[in-house]
Write a protein that binds this ligand. Structure first.
Ligand code: TXA
Ligand code: MG
Length: 310
């Protein structure tokens, strides 16, 4: 069994920091999803993360920083990048920025690109760990590549099994969806992955240019099939067909519901957990009710489309 330490255990932070300092990965909670973290300056430690996830090495990782000061050590910050950090950090927004030559982040983290993705998590556990370590943490979601993202420690154990390193357990993640990723190209923004920091809020800060890109090129991790359960997934369902587990929303009741009241934040926080429940149930297939596309719904629908893609 993998070793779990509660975040409230007085030794949790120091144990995580000492393991990371030795080059071992550690699973840490964040406000979005659980992350499989490694010292971003240690290429061998980062290689272990790729190995545990079964992740193609050309797919770069997000480096998690303690704040704008640490970000400035690793990336060139344009005035627009500074404004985004002031407005949205700490929180679920990752910025893809030009990488500084002086940056000590291992090339394996950026997969050889001349840009680096940086995020300052709002969760107190990674904040304390990064500050104590004094270096960024590279951390993808703590699940095997292409499977449903983990929003509890139990999801991590189920996905990584015996390969899971030390896990710091802080209960279910508040946001439940991975961070928004936006590339900052001078005074322009390109949205690479939708999330809870919505396109509307970002474009308001970039009057000179805002574009959305359906992944693949600039965010190589945005492959079409992603977040996938092991069973077939049908979208926009109103009722369950025989053998299906129906995940409802609003008026569509289902076996479980994303949100009875049609609340998108509640739906985002429950999405991955309910996909895990449906995947483990006796049903032979999964159906999901339609979720409106505005605001946070864009990020929820993005994950659902990828999960349903065969
Ligand atoms: O909420 C999150 O972002 C979580 C938690 C743990 O922080 N992390 C996460 O990481 O979702 P991951 O590895 O699952 O997703 C990272 C995404 C990938 O799609 C990758 O292609 C993209 O970030 N990415 C990383 N560096 C990039 C870069 N330099 N340019 C473009 N895309 C990049
Ligand atoms: Mg992931």
């Amino acid at each position: 069994m993998p070793r779990l330490l509660s975040a409230s255990d007085p030794e949790a932070i120091s144990e995580a920091v000492s393991a990371l300092g030795r080059g071992a990965p550690v699973v840490l909670p964040t406000e979005t999803v659980y992350g499989l973290a490694a010292d971003a300056a240690n290429g061998e430690a980062v290689a272990k993360v790729y190995a545990v996830k079964g992740r193609p090495a050309f797919n770069p990782l997000i480096a998690h920083v303690s704040g704008p000061g640490m970000a400035a050590d690793h990336a060139d910050l344009s005035p627009l990048a500074e404004r985004l950090m002031a407005e949205f950090w700490p929180g679920p927004l990752s910025l893809v920025l030009p990488r500084r030559k002086e940056s000590t982040i291992a090339a394996l983290v950026t997969a050889g690109l001349d840009t680096v993705a940086l995020r300052m998590p709002a969760h107190p556990v990674p904040q304390k760990v990064i500050t104590a370590l004094g270096r960024p943490l590279a951390a993808p979601s703590a699940n095997r590549t292409e499977t449903i993202s983990p929003t509890t420690a139990a999801h991590v154990v189920r996905s990584l099994g015996e390969d899971a390193p030390l896990i710091i357990d802080a209960g279910p993640c508040d946001v439940g969806l991975e961070s928004t990723i936006v590339a900052v190209e001078g005074d322009r923004l390109v949205l690479l992955r939708p999330g809870t920091v919505t396109a509307d809020r970002l474009s308001a800060l970039a009057p000179l240019g805002f574009a959305q890109e359906d992944g693949g090129v600039r965010a190589p991790g945005m492959t079409k099939r992603h977040y996938a359960p092991s069973k077939a997934l049908r979208l926009d369902a109103k009722t369950a067909k025989p053998g299906e587990f129906l995940i409802g929303f609003g008026d569509v009741e289902g076996d479980e519901t994303l949100s009875e009241t049609g609340d998108l934040a509640e739906a985002a926080a429950r999405l991955f957990a309910l996909l895990h429940v449906a995947d483990r149930s006796d049903s032979t297939a999964i159906a999901v009710a339609s979720v409106p596309g505005e605001g946070l719904g864009a990020a929820i629908n993005d994950r659902l489309r990828r999960a349903a893609s065969a």
